[in-house]
Ligand binder design. Sequence first.
Ligand code: SF4
Length: 151
Amino acid sequence: MPSLITTSAGNIIKADKVVKTACSRNCFDTCGLLVYIKNGKAIGITGDPDHPITRGHMCVKANTYLRRTYHKERIKYPLLRVGKRGEPDFKRITWDEAYDFLIDKLNYCKKKWGAESVVEYIYSGNREFLAKTIAGRFLNLFGASKLVGSF
Ligand code: SF4
């Protein structure tokens, strides 16, 4: 597999390795992607020409993955709102605290209003297989409602 990538600045860089993966955005085609890694960091991304369906296609949304991944304002840890809704007051919490918070909320809703009071609010924009099946299976076991037309 070729390990040379031309960066957005026009420089040609030799990657340490190239990882085959797939786009996790909202399309059914789930385009095959190649991610070029150097020194443990992704330096480039292209469509995978060996993918039997998408054959090297990658749209502009996938083209922004690196900018999004390494953006200084990207949220990388759970934040809990401590101010009023709409106000930018959040505090950082641990993943365990976030899970405990969510479990408490889900159990509270289930006990007070029934499991159907929780709605799987996931629709176009989140159709990729992993996110859909994991969240869907969890909420199915929980007994949550589904949106009409969701799958
Ligand atoms: S690369 Fe673009 S067209 Fe392909 S799955 Fe991702 S978002 Fe959709």
